[in-house]
Design a protein around this ligand. Structure first.
Ligand code: E4P
Length: 220
């Protein structure tokens, strides 16, 4: 399972890219607003340069397929690794079909059920973002939808990748991987939490202390 970072904060993306474990970035209007920049194009272009080999999702907000296509067409000229993020709805799927025919990659977002996955896959979505945390929040099992979606896409030979979105904690990432998700997009705070284990930290201190006792020299 590939790991994307779910943020529009350039400092976080710079740090995450340097960690060597992430292969893409997802943004949404809320994440962009949180970082307060009106110059979205510059921010997104900088993100695309920081993660040149990975998809960077930029979301359309139009009400009609025509409006979404107009926005997405413009975004796709900003960098070669832009994925147009399209909200799941009737108009959105019309736009996804159009983008697929034009060879423009898409990420269908706000997906909460396997039937929505089926529709997005038929429209030709490159990535389908199934939200885990927001479903869990209302008493449904977000991970179960991921598992069913992965089965559905593989059983019927769709090319779409299943992305586990709306990740709230490290266990969500483990569960998404076990359910067979292709990608998980992770808030930076959760990405850092994934590194932590008290036994790793304890073990490192112990090895360091024992090494110091050796008074050894290294020919490096
Ligand atoms: C990513 O593509 C989604 O927009 C994001 O994961 C949503 O996360 P949230 O439910 O924490 O807002």
């Amino acid at each position: 399972m590939q790991l994307f970072v779910d943020t529009a904060d350039l400092k976080e993306i710079r740090e995450a890219a340097a960690m060597g474990v992430i292969s893409g970035v997802t943004t949404n209007p809320s994440l962009l607003a949180k970082n307060g920049s009106g110059d979205v194009k510059s921010v997104i272009r900088e993100i695309c340069e920081l993660v040149p080999d990975g998809p960077v999702s930029m979301e359309v907000v139009g009400d009609t397929a025509e409006q979404m296509i107009k926005e997405g067409k413009a975004f796709s000229t900003w960098a070669s690794n832009i994925y147009v993020k399209v909200p799941f709805c009737v108009e959105g799927m019309k736009a996804v079909k159009w983008f697929a025919q034009e060879g423009i990659h898409t990420n269908v977002t706000l997906v909460f059920s396997t039937n929505q996955v089926l529709l997005a896959a038929n429209a030709g979505a490159s990535i389908i973002s199934s939200f885990v945390g927001r479903l869990d929040d209302i008493g449904f099992d977000g991970t179960q939808v991921i598992a069913e979606s992965v089965d559905l896409v593989r059983q019927h030979g769709f090319a779409s990748k299943i992305l586990a979105a709306s990740i709230r904690h490290p266990l969500h990432v483990t569960q998404a991987a076990a359910a067979g998700a292709d990608i998980s997009t992770i808030p930076f705070k959760v990405l850092k939490q994934m590194y932590d284990h008290p036994l790793t930290e304890k073990g490192m201190s112990l090895f360091k202390a024992d090494w110091d006792k050796l008074n050894a020299t290294l020919a490096v």
